[in-house]
Design a protein around this ligand. Structure first.
Ligand code: FMN
Length: 186
Protein backbone atom coordinates (compact mmCIF):
# COMPACT_ATOMS: atom_id res chain seq x y z
CA UNK A 1 0.00 0.00 0.00
CA UNK A 2 1.26 3.48 -0.87
CA UNK A 3 2.36 5.63 2.06
CA UNK A 4 0.37 8.83 2.69
CA UNK A 5 2.36 12.03 2.12
CA UNK A 6 3.20 13.91 5.28
CA UNK A 7 1.42 17.24 5.75
CA UNK A 8 3.57 20.16 6.80
CA UNK A 9 2.42 23.51 8.13
CA UNK A 10 4.88 26.40 7.86
CA UNK A 11 4.15 29.36 10.13
CA UNK A 12 5.82 32.57 9.00
CA UNK A 13 5.91 34.89 12.02
CA UNK A 14 7.63 37.98 10.62
CA UNK A 15 5.74 41.05 9.40
CA UNK A 16 8.59 41.57 6.91
CA UNK A 17 7.94 39.32 3.92
CA UNK A 18 11.22 40.39 2.30
CA UNK A 19 13.19 39.62 5.45
CA UNK A 20 15.59 36.98 6.67
CA UNK A 21 13.16 34.59 8.32
CA UNK A 22 11.02 34.51 5.17
CA UNK A 23 14.15 33.53 3.26
CA UNK A 24 14.72 30.68 5.71
CA UNK A 25 11.03 29.68 5.59
CA UNK A 26 10.98 29.66 1.80
CA UNK A 27 14.11 27.54 1.82
CA UNK A 28 12.45 25.04 4.19
CA UNK A 29 9.49 24.85 1.79
CA UNK A 30 11.86 24.02 -1.07
CA UNK A 31 13.41 21.19 0.99
CA UNK A 32 9.95 19.87 1.90
CA UNK A 33 8.89 20.01 -1.74
CA UNK A 34 11.93 17.97 -2.76
CA UNK A 35 10.84 15.36 -0.22
CA UNK A 36 7.29 15.17 -1.60
CA UNK A 37 5.74 16.69 1.53
CA UNK A 38 2.38 18.47 1.27
CA UNK A 39 2.89 22.08 2.36
CA UNK A 40 0.45 24.61 3.77
CA UNK A 41 1.68 28.04 4.82
CA UNK A 42 0.31 30.60 7.26
CA UNK A 43 1.46 34.21 6.98
CA UNK A 44 0.71 35.36 10.50
CA UNK A 45 1.19 39.12 10.08
CA UNK A 46 -0.96 39.13 6.91
CA UNK A 47 -3.82 37.42 8.73
CA UNK A 48 -6.74 38.69 10.78
CA UNK A 49 -5.84 37.47 14.26
CA UNK A 50 -7.20 39.35 17.25
CA UNK A 51 -5.51 38.98 20.62
CA UNK A 52 -7.00 36.55 23.15
CA UNK A 53 -9.69 38.24 25.26
CA UNK A 54 -8.95 36.07 28.27
CA UNK A 55 -12.61 35.35 28.96
CA UNK A 56 -11.96 31.61 29.04
CA UNK A 57 -15.04 30.94 26.91
CA UNK A 58 -13.08 28.08 25.29
CA UNK A 59 -13.06 26.30 28.64
CA UNK A 60 -16.82 25.81 28.43
CA UNK A 61 -17.27 25.46 24.69
CA UNK A 62 -13.97 23.99 23.43
CA UNK A 63 -13.83 26.55 20.64
CA UNK A 64 -12.91 30.20 20.41
CA UNK A 65 -15.79 32.68 20.19
CA UNK A 66 -13.77 35.17 18.12
CA UNK A 67 -14.54 34.85 14.42
CA UNK A 68 -11.36 35.61 12.54
CA UNK A 69 -8.66 33.70 10.62
CA UNK A 70 -7.81 31.58 13.66
CA UNK A 71 -10.89 29.47 12.95
CA UNK A 72 -9.30 28.13 9.74
CA UNK A 73 -5.86 27.94 11.35
CA UNK A 74 -7.15 25.66 14.12
CA UNK A 75 -8.11 23.23 11.35
CA UNK A 76 -4.73 23.63 9.65
CA UNK A 77 -2.95 22.77 12.89
CA UNK A 78 -5.13 19.71 13.42
CA UNK A 79 -4.62 18.30 9.93
CA UNK A 80 -0.83 18.67 9.94
CA UNK A 81 1.83 16.08 10.82
CA UNK A 82 4.75 18.44 11.11
CA UNK A 83 4.93 22.12 12.00
CA UNK A 84 7.70 24.59 11.19
CA UNK A 85 7.63 27.89 13.03
CA UNK A 86 9.94 30.45 11.43
CA UNK A 87 10.41 33.64 13.42
CA UNK A 88 12.66 36.61 14.01
CA UNK A 89 13.51 37.61 17.59
CA UNK A 90 11.73 40.72 18.82
CA UNK A 91 12.94 41.83 22.24
CA UNK A 92 14.09 38.29 23.01
CA UNK A 93 10.65 36.95 22.14
CA UNK A 94 8.43 36.45 19.08
CA UNK A 95 6.72 39.32 17.17
CA UNK A 96 3.41 40.39 18.75
CA UNK A 97 1.37 39.01 15.83
CA UNK A 98 2.88 35.57 16.48
CA UNK A 99 2.24 35.90 20.20
CA UNK A 100 -1.43 36.62 19.48
CA UNK A 101 -1.59 33.42 17.38
CA UNK A 102 0.00 31.44 20.23
CA UNK A 103 -2.32 32.92 22.87
CA UNK A 104 -5.34 32.05 20.74
CA UNK A 105 -4.18 28.42 20.82
CA UNK A 106 -5.28 28.31 24.45
CA UNK A 107 -8.28 26.56 22.94
CA UNK A 108 -6.04 23.49 22.40
CA UNK A 109 -5.04 23.54 26.05
CA UNK A 110 -8.70 23.31 26.97
CA UNK A 111 -9.34 20.57 24.40
CA UNK A 112 -6.35 18.59 25.48
CA UNK A 113 -6.97 18.58 29.19
CA UNK A 114 -10.72 18.88 29.46
CA UNK A 115 -12.43 17.91 26.24
CA UNK A 116 -10.60 15.80 23.73
CA UNK A 117 -7.74 13.57 24.89
CA UNK A 118 -7.38 12.22 21.34
CA UNK A 119 -5.92 15.26 19.57
CA UNK A 120 -3.24 13.71 17.38
CA UNK A 121 0.50 13.89 17.97
CA UNK A 122 2.56 16.11 15.70
CA UNK A 123 6.23 16.96 15.28
CA UNK A 124 7.60 20.50 15.50
CA UNK A 125 10.72 22.29 14.28
CA UNK A 126 11.73 25.84 15.21
CA UNK A 127 13.76 28.31 13.14
CA UNK A 128 14.78 31.60 14.73
CA UNK A 129 16.85 34.50 13.41
CA UNK A 130 18.20 37.49 15.30
CA UNK A 131 20.75 40.22 14.96
CA UNK A 132 22.83 40.03 18.08
CA UNK A 133 25.30 37.29 18.87
CA UNK A 134 24.63 36.63 22.53
CA UNK A 135 24.75 33.23 24.11
CA UNK A 136 21.29 33.43 25.67
CA UNK A 137 19.73 35.12 22.61
CA UNK A 138 17.36 32.31 21.68
CA UNK A 139 16.40 30.99 25.14
CA UNK A 140 13.14 32.93 25.61
CA UNK A 141 11.79 32.15 22.14
CA UNK A 142 12.58 28.48 22.63
CA UNK A 143 10.77 28.42 25.98
CA UNK A 144 7.68 30.10 24.51
CA UNK A 145 7.61 27.77 21.52
CA UNK A 146 8.21 24.64 23.58
CA UNK A 147 5.14 25.37 25.69
CA UNK A 148 3.16 26.35 22.58
CA UNK A 149 4.11 23.08 20.87
CA UNK A 150 3.27 21.07 23.97
CA UNK A 151 -0.16 22.72 24.06
CA UNK A 152 -0.94 21.81 20.45
CA UNK A 153 0.37 18.27 21.08
CA UNK A 154 3.51 18.75 19.06
CA UNK A 155 6.85 17.25 20.08
CA UNK A 156 9.72 19.75 19.86
CA UNK A 157 11.99 17.75 17.57
CA UNK A 158 14.50 20.10 15.97
CA UNK A 159 15.74 23.64 15.68
CA UNK A 160 17.98 26.00 13.78
CA UNK A 161 18.97 29.41 15.18
CA UNK A 162 21.14 31.97 13.47
CA UNK A 163 22.22 35.62 13.66
CA UNK A 164 22.59 37.89 10.65
CA UNK A 165 22.00 36.78 7.08
CA UNK A 166 20.56 33.51 5.89
CA UNK A 167 23.55 32.45 3.84
CA UNK A 168 24.85 29.35 2.05
CA UNK A 169 26.23 27.87 5.27
CA UNK A 170 22.83 28.35 6.98
CA UNK A 171 21.02 26.63 4.14
CA UNK A 172 23.38 23.62 4.23
CA UNK A 173 22.89 23.15 8.00
CA UNK A 174 19.14 23.72 7.85
CA UNK A 175 18.64 21.29 4.97
CA UNK A 176 20.58 18.62 6.83
CA UNK A 177 18.50 19.07 9.97
CA UNK A 178 15.17 19.09 8.14
CA UNK A 179 16.11 15.97 6.15
CA UNK A 180 17.20 14.20 9.35
CA UNK A 181 13.87 14.99 10.96
CA UNK A 182 11.87 13.85 7.93
CA UNK A 183 13.78 10.58 7.88
CA UNK A 184 13.01 10.06 11.56
CA UNK A 185 9.26 10.60 11.23
CA UNK A 186 8.49 9.06 7.86
C1 FMN B 1 10.94 45.25 17.14
C2 FMN B 1 12.24 44.53 16.94
C3 FMN B 1 12.86 43.95 18.02
C4 FMN B 1 14.06 43.21 17.84
N1 FMN B 1 14.65 42.61 18.91
C5 FMN B 1 15.78 41.88 18.74
C6 FMN B 1 16.41 41.21 19.84
O1 FMN B 1 15.97 41.27 20.97
N2 FMN B 1 17.53 40.49 19.58
C7 FMN B 1 18.07 40.38 18.32
O2 FMN B 1 19.08 39.70 18.15
N3 FMN B 1 17.47 40.98 17.27
C8 FMN B 1 16.36 41.73 17.46
N4 FMN B 1 15.76 42.34 16.38
C9 FMN B 1 16.34 42.14 15.04
C10 FMN B 1 15.66 41.04 14.26
O3 FMN B 1 15.44 39.88 15.02
C11 FMN B 1 16.51 40.65 13.05
O4 FMN B 1 16.76 41.79 12.27
C12 FMN B 1 15.85 39.57 12.22
O5 FMN B 1 16.78 39.11 11.28
C13 FMN B 1 14.63 40.10 11.49
O6 FMN B 1 14.04 39.04 10.78
P1 FMN B 1 13.05 39.30 9.55
O7 FMN B 1 13.86 40.02 8.52
O8 FMN B 1 12.65 37.94 9.11
O9 FMN B 1 11.89 40.08 10.05
C14 FMN B 1 14.60 43.08 16.54
C15 FMN B 1 13.97 43.70 15.45
C16 FMN B 1 12.80 44.41 15.64
C17 FMN B 1 12.10 45.03 14.44
Amino acid sequence: MEKKALKALVLYASPNEKGTSYEAGNFVCSVLKKNGIQIRTVHIARSRISPCLGKRACRERAFCIQKDDMQKYYKEIKRSDIIFLVTPIYFYSVPSQMKAFIDRCQVFWEEKYYKDPNVREKTGFLIVCGEMRRKDMFDCVEKVVRIFYRTIKTAFAGKYYFSGDFNKKSSVILEKRVNKLLLKIS
